[in-house]
Design a protein. Structure first.
Lengths: 440, 180, 308
């Protein structure tokens, strides 16, 4: 009797549970997804009210910027199914059918006195929601910069990371004249290669430009006296001063993250050694002490480590030494063991990776070493790649390579998925240095 | 540490010699493939003879005698190496002897590399090559005041190509007489 | 008493001194009183010598003269003594008078002091009496108060006891009522349960079969939905590792997604948005053909937990 009673209760309970409405009792776990670029449609901004067209098309620049980052797959202009210019005219269902996740629309307006205003909106197509809306006034000769700013805003909204489209690059160009003499130029340009400005030219080699943390100065090596010397130059005024001209090497200068020191290679002691140089006092501190070659120092973003190239092990490899201000603390530790040749290490902005020149079986490529896991990933596949430099948001690495007997600049996303080439004018282009985020 | 580096300065020429000997024999077979280097290697034996002949037959300045070893002003290297090949030893000996006999003569030793690898490492490598040549010249009688070194790394290639034939011409030390 | 003495110390001392002097003088006076000059009263020793008449006579005369003189002197001395005696008596009388007066004065003083003391004693006694009276009154008051309190407490106790009794009675009544109700409800519940169990038993087979079929349909559908959403989830690059997000998705017949609610955010807006987009992009979600089964899939939770 008792048992039967219990049984009936249990059965009744089960029945109750099973007959309950399935209120979100269904759960699906999604552990995989696809990796790829986010589809986005950028509708050309309405410029029908402008009396004369602008020198550049804003939406074209934005489309190119976002596409070049590798994070977005902008819809080709000819495929656009509609050309709305503000939110009220957008039919989200149409864009959903095309699987466009985001949509940018906008219009231009003349303000008078060669000034304009652009109004644009960014939409989440599937939610049918506006994610951002801005209105920016600009001058006619600021079209490119304004477009890059809009690209930065869209990029940050959709990826959560700061955009680096408004930054610049410094690089060296060597131009060979008919008489076989060479001309060397130090130039800066927008991150997309436009707006090139030559800030120094010389009949003798120029090398190793490196930005100050505030983006207002460059330090570089010049052979204009016939020997290497280190100079610092103000980017805007062109004013410059010599930092060192010791006997032997004065090379590979880089700024410390706090802007107070330079790290550099000097061979005044008879052998290339990494030193730090106090920009205020001129005091030197020797960091390495080894009969091998020690060069190409690079500071970690927190200023507490210095990576450098050394052949103390027989072949060039990367080593790391802890720093306390301008002085080393502790002994260098070898970082790279894969490949015959690893050099020119450079820290990512978050300090978690090192990009480098990685030589294996006669090919020199750009590789990234994840410091925590010691995983090395080779990002490029040509054979003469060098001088990697991280974008300040860490998303891309710009580097120098060779293409059709010319030195050119190329960029690769840190995951190696996206490759871009920067088309720059004439001559051999080399040693790109990506600027910090703009302070202006 | 200091004594070690002093010791290495003293020992370096000796070690370089030792290295050259082994390199010379080791690379004997491959020398044939290397156009310009093969000539240098051939000259190893004929050096003395040609030098002697130059003294009698050539009327101009010894540095301008095309038959003299002194006309060879470029020393070539292997990739990522600063070892002087056996073939170049007589050339450097000739220059060392000339410098020893002409106290007022001064040379600039310009180190260069090919374009592979990173530029700043190559600058250091070019300096190492120039210093290797300097050490040998000093060891064979030149005076330190006659010699200065500078490295241009890969910045001033002789040949513009991007293959081994261009690279081997670019891995070099140039001996440039500033005064005779 | 001492205060009296202290207060009148000087007069007392003077009085004592005077007495002392007087007594002294009394005794010394006796000493000073010239004693009858017994030596002078003693007749001279005369030598009985035979002398001539004339000479005797002259001698007699001289003797007689001398005797006279002597008598005179004696009389004068007695007078004088008498005089002195008188003076002495007078003086003594005065002394005694003085003494008597002093005695009288002292007696008066003592009397006065005695009176004073008596007065003080009286005041003291009066004070003590007053104090006693006050204490007695106080005691009376305290006693009255105590009595009042006791009365009050008793009154309260009585009231409380009365109240408690009333409450207890009410509670008991209520409990009894509730118990009755509970028992009735319990009986009803048991009856219901029994009925339900019976129904369950009757329907068990049928329900089980239908449920198994429906569950199969649902599982198939869930797998298809999982695949479709996975295909549409564009994992955002560059976001921190280890993010996870759960969304509750509302589905209408036909599989269209009408609502996506984030019920557990990853904390990263870009990641959350990628999750929402994935679900919306995957619409329409493949649902079972049987509308009744499909209706059980109106709400699905999607947990986006990327591996590595």
């Amino acid at each position: 009797m008792k048992l039967r009673h219990l049984l009936s209760i249990v059965c009744g309970g089960l029945w109750l549970i099973m007959s309950l409405p399935l209120q979100a009792a269904l759960t699906i776990q999604i552990t995989e997804g696809v990796v790829g670029a986010m589809p986005i449609a950028i509708v050309p901004f309405d410029n029908s009210t402008l009396k004369s067209p602008l020198p550049y098309n804003l939406s074209d620049i934005i489309t190119t910027d976002l596409g070049r980052s590798g994070r977005f797959a902008p819809m080709p202009e000819q495929d656009l199914i509609a050309r709305p210019h503000d939110g009220s005219a957008v039919r989200f269902a149409d864009w959903r059918l095309l699987n466009m996740e985001s949509l940018v629309v906008g219009r231009l307006r003349e303000l008078g006195g060669a000034r304009y205003e652009v109004q644009f909106q960014l939409f989440d197509v599937f939610k049918g929601e506006q994610l951002a809306g801005y209105s920016i006034a600009f001058a006619a000769d600021d079209v490119r910069r304004t477009a890059h700013r809009i690209s930065d805003l869209i990029y940050e909204k959709l990826t959560g990371q700061r955009g680096a489209f408004s930054t610049r690059i410094a690089y060296i160009t060597a131009i060979k004249a008919a008489d076989k003499s060479r001309e060397y130029r130090l130039s800066i340009a927008d991150a997309d290669g436009f707006n090139e400005q030559v800030i120094l030219d010389s009949k003798q080699p120029l090398m190793s430009p490196s930005w100050s943390p505030d983006g207002e100065k460059l330090v570089y090596v010049t052979f204009e006296s016939g020997r290497p010397e280190i100079f610092v130059q103000e980017v805007f005024s062109g004013e410059r001063r010599r930092i060192t001209d010791f006997p032997g090497l004065n090379n590979a200068p880089v700024w410390s993250p706090d802007g107070r020191y330079l790290a550099m290679t000097l061979s005044k002691t008879g052998n290339p050694e990494v030193h730090t140089y106090n920009l205020q006092t001129g005091a030197l501190s020797q960091v390495t002490r080894h009969p091998g070659i020690d060069t190409e120092p690079n500071w970690s973003p927190d200023g507490r480590k210095l990576v450098f190239t050394s052949d103390r092990g027989g072949r060039p490899q990367l080593y790391m030494v802890n720093m306390s201000g301008a002085n080393k603390s502790g002994q260098p530790q070898r970082l790279t063991f894969e490949g015959e040749y690893n050099s020119r290490g450079t820290f990512s902005p978050d300090g978690q990776r090192l990009a480098m020149v990685h030589g294996q079986q006669g090919a020199f490529r750009i590789a990234v070493l994840e410091l925590a896991s010691r995983n090395l990933q080779v990002l490029t596949d040509s054979r003469l790649d060098e001088s990697p430099s991280f974008a300040p948001n860490g998303s891309m690495i710009i580097y120098a390579t060779e293409s059709q007997n010319r030195g050119v600049l190329a960029a690769v996303s840190v995951d190696g998925r996206v490759h871009q080439r920067l088309e720059l004018q004439q001559g051999d282009v080399r040693e790109p240095a990506w600027s910090p985020f703009s302070t202006q | 540490m200091k004594t070690l580096s002093r010791l290495s300065i003293v020992l370096l020429p000796v070690m370089l010699f030792a290295g050259c000997e082994s390199l010379g024999t080791q690379e004997g077979a491959t020398v044939e493939d290397r156009g310009t280097i093969a000539e240098g290697a051939e000259g190893a034996e004929g050096a003395q003879a040609r030098g002697a002949r130059a003294g009698t037959a050539f009327e101009g300045h010894p540095l301008e005698d095309p038959a003299s070893l002194l006309s060879q002003r470029v020393i070539y290297f292997d990739f990522d190496s600063a070892s002087i090949r056996a073939a170049d030893r007589p050339v450097l000996q000739a220059h060392a002897e000339y410098l020893a006999g002409h106290g007022a003569a001064t040379v600039s030793l310009e180190g260069h590399t090919d374009e592979r690898g990173s530029r700043e490492y190559n600058i250091a490598l070019g300096e190492r090559r120039a210093k290797a040549v300097r050490q040998l010249l000093l060891f064979q009688g030149a005076s330190p005041v006659q010699l200065e070194t500078v490295s241009f790394g890969e910045e001033r290639p002789l040949a513009d190509g991007h293959d081994e034939s261009a690279w081997q011409q670019n891995r070099r030390v140039e001996i440039n007489y500033k005064t005779r | 008493m001492f205060r009296v003495i202290r207060n009148n110390l000087v007069p007392i001392l003077i009085a004592l001194a005077v007495h002392a002097v007087l007594f002294l003088m009394l005794f010394i006076g006796f000493d000073w009183t010239p004693k009858p000059a017994t030596l002078q009263n003693q007749p001279n020793v005369v030598k009985a010598t035979a002398v001539d008449a004339g000479k005797v006579k002259a001698e007699l005369d001289r003797l007689k003269q001398a005797e006279r003189q002597k008598q005179q002197q004696e009389a004068a001395r007695i007078d004088k003594l008498k005089q002195q005696e008188r003076e002495m008596q007078q003086r003594r009388a005065a002394e005694e008078k003085n003494l008597a007066e002093l005695k009288k004065k002292r007696a008066a003083e003592e009397r006065r002091q005695q009176q004073e003391q008596q007065r003080l004693q009286k005041i003291k006694e009066e004070k003590a009496a007053l104090e006693q009276k006050r204490l007695a009154e106080q005691k009376l008051l305290a006693e009255l108060e105590r009595k009042r309190k006791v009365e009050q407490a008793e009154a309260k106790k009585i009231a409380e006891a009365k109240k408690a009794a009333e409450a207890k009675k009410a509670a008991e009544a209520k409990k009894a009522e509730e118990e009755a109700r509970r028992k009735a409800a319990e009986a009803k519940r048991r009856e219901d349960e029994r009925r339900q169990a019976l129904m369950a038993q009757l329907d068990a087979e049928e329900t089980e079969r239908a449920e198994a079929a429906a569950q199969g349909e649902i599982d198939k559908s869930l797998a298809l939905i999982r695949q479709k959403v996975t295909r549409h989830w564009l994992k955002p690059a560059g976001v921190p590792k280890g993010l996870a997000c759960t969304v509750r998705v509302h589905i209408i017949p036909g599989g269209d997604v009408v609502g996506v609610t984030i019920i557990k955010s990853s904390g990263n807006a870009v990641f959350d948005r990628s999750v929402e987009s994935a679900v919306r992009k995957a619409a329409p979600l493949p649902l079972p053909a049987d509308p009744a089964v499909a209706a059980r899939m109106r709400e699905i939770d999607f947990e986006f937990i990327p591996e590595a």
